[in-house]
Write a protein that binds this ligand. Sequence first.
Ligand code: SF4
Ligand code: SF4
Length: 265
Amino acid sequence: MERSLRKTSRVEAAEEARRLSEEKYKIIFENANDLIVYISSDGRFIEVNWKLEDIFGYRRADFVGKHYSEVGVLGPGDLERAMQELRNTVSGRPPEILEFQVRRKDGIAAFVEVNSRPIQKDGEITGSILIVRDITQRKKAEEEGLVHCSANTSEELVFICNCCSCHCGILGTAKRVSHASEILTSGYIALVDPELCSVCETCTDRCPVSAISMDDAAIVDAEQCIGCSLCVSTCPTGAIGLMAKPGTKIPPKTLPDLEAAMRRK
Ligand code: SF4
Ligand code: SF4
C-alpha cells in the first residue's frame, strides 16, 4: 500500500513537472516578439504564434495544416528559395539567414528575415523552427539611405536611430573628419572587387561619410569607412561587399570620451 502511494506521488510529480515545462514553453512561444513557425519537413505549417497576424494579417487557422505553396504570401521565386532552404535544413546542411519579400493579407508588401533551425525526433530531422522577423522598416530606412546607428560608446547607450549626415550631428561630424571609423564603427569595412566595378559612382552618392573616391575602380578610405553597408545594397554589379575589419578599436567608453575622439584632428 505504502509503495503504491509513493509510486502515485512520483507519477503526479512527473506529471506536474511536465505541465509546468509545457506552460513555460507556451508562454515563451506566445509572447515572443518575432513570428515563430513550426513547419514539417515537407513544408506544412504545424504551429505558428500570434505574430502571424501582426506581420501578415492572417489568422492562425489560415496557416496551420496548410503547405507553404497554399498560403500565397511568397512569390514563385521566393517560394522555391524557401523550399530549397527547408530541403537543405532537413538534409542537415547549416541553415542560412534569408530575406524575403512577402505579401500581407491586405495586399501590402512587407520584408522578413528568416532564421531556421532543424527539429530532431529520435535522431531524425522531422521539420524546422523558423524565427521570422519583420524588417520592413529596416529595409525602408536602407532604401532612403539612412544609417542605423547609436552613439558609438561601449559603456552606455545614449540613443539609437536611423539618420543621414544632413540631419544627424554625429554622422555630419563623421562626414567632415578624416577618421570617421573611430567615431562610428560597425566592425566592418567595405571592400571593392576592381574587376567587377563599372565606375558608375552609385556608391559615392550613397556613402554618408564620403569614404569612396573613384579611379579605375571605386576606392574605399579605410579610416573613413564606418561599415554601414549603404553602398553594398545598391551596387549594380555586386562589386562591393563588407568584410570584418581587422583590429577594430573598442569604441570610446562614454559620450564625453566620444566627443573627445570627434574633436581629435
Ligand atoms: S556602385 Fe559598384 S560598380 Fe558602381 S562604382 Fe561603386 S563599386 Fe563600382
Ligand atoms: S560601408 Fe560603404 S557607404 Fe558605408 S561608410 Fe563604408 S564605404 Fe561608405
